[in-house]
Design a protein around this ligand. Sequence first.
Ligand code: SF4
Ligand code: SF4
Length: 97
Amino acid sequence: MATKINEDCFRCGACRAPCPNEAISRGDPIFVIDPLLCTECVGFDDKQACAEVCPVDGCVADPEHVETEEVLIERARALHPDIDFGENYKSRFRKGE
Ligand code: SF4
Ligand code: SF4
């Protein structure tokens, strides 16, 4: 499930830098996440980095874009062909394992 930004966003910009995929851009009236670039941080983190830094809980799961871990890690691999993620990559799906 890709992450999206909700109407609580006040455009502080804090979520952009932590995104490993440059999926977040400055929209109007709120910032927006490109679902074709969002991997829910799979491959890089065991949580959604944007949601971690947002001061108003503006980065939330998008029910319109439900995706499996397999789809998300394949997207990460396609976006970052220079990185060898291996099989023990970080993923929110594996959190607590
Ligand atoms: S961190 Fe939250 S409030 Fe700030 S731009 Fe991102 S979504 Fe909006
Ligand atoms: S969940 Fe991760 S990959 Fe998706 S927009 Fe947020 S920081 Fe970027």
